[in-house]
Design a protein around this ligand. Structure first.
Ligand code: PAF
Length: 251
């Protein structure tokens, strides 16, 4: 497995290959089974799989969320090595934002609801970094999880709107046996917190309305930020033990 740390090194590797051969999984690090399912699918469908690990500061609208984001590069690299990933790209902040954050990708409709409403600027940071990474990697296929369904829709629409020649593929959310959606943030929950968090999925799936879901979660003592139906799915953001968790289900 190759590990390339700069755009310059990546570019000289990339220039000898064709987009059609490359499957790409961008990550913030802190890899879990949700990432692994994307990576395995990419390995199955493409000749070459590239995974990026870049903790993107511009998508964190809260400094402490960025500081407490669980990341462990050595552990992630050994996980990726055991999966037989071809290349891991770990650029620096200076490489990705050489002139600071002066240019941004802004979306003015779907980025302003749900997560965008509660985390102002979050999707500007996501779309900007994904645009940069897709332009560097130039894959044929790029993989995203449905746990971040709004992010997936925004990226898919951006790629279509800017005539970027690649496929954006979404895969199902991977869950623990309790139903809790896999997330790097779960590592920060206590055993009890994890048990309480398992009600998010159950409630989103079983409640007959958004209001009923909110009332049920609040009656369990969970701090609900929003429960909203959008595009045939029910979305929720809930805080437990100061950890913000999101999930969504088809309804
Ligand atoms: O979903 C994520 O992990 C991040 O938002 C992404 C797509 C890697 C961009 O930083």
């Amino acid at each position: 497995m190759k590990v390339l740390k700069s755009i310059k090194e990546f570019k000289s590797w990339r220039d000898q290959r064709s987009s059609l051969d490359i499957g790409f999984v961008p990550t913030l690090g802190g890899l879990h089974d949700g990432h692994l399912s994307l990576i395995k699918e990419s390995i199955n469908e493409n000749k070459i799989t590239v995974v990026s690990i870049f903790l993107n500061p511009t998508q964190f609208n809260n400094e402490s969320d960025l500081e407490t984001y669980p990341s462990s590069l050595p552990e992630d690299l050994s996980t990726l090595e055991s999966l037989d990933v071809d290349l891991v790209f770990t650029p620096s902040r200076e490489d990705i934002y050489p002139n600071g954050y002066n240019y941004k990708v802004l979306e003015l409709k779907n980025s302003l609801v749900l997560e965008g409403k509660f985390r102002p600027g979050h999707f500007d940071g996501v779309l900007t970094v994904v645009m940069k990474l897709l332009n560097i990697v130039r894959p044929g296929n790029a993989y995203f999880g449905k746990k971040d369904y709004q992010q997936y829709i925004l990226i898919k629409e951006m790629v279509k709107d800017f005539f970027m020649d690649m496929n954006i593929i979404a895969l199902e959310t991977i869950r623990e046996t309790s139903g809790l959606a896999m997330s790097s943030r779960n590592k920060r929950l206590s055993k009890q917190g994890k048990e309480r968090a398992s009600y998010i999925y159950k409630t989103l799936s079983q409640a007959s309305s958004d209001e009923e879901a909110r009332n049920q979660l609040e009656s369990l003592g969970l701090n609900v930020e929003y429960i909203t139906s959008w595009m045939g799915r029910r979305f929720g953001a809930v805080e437990i033990e100061e950890v913000r968790l999101i999930d969504n289900v088809e309804i």
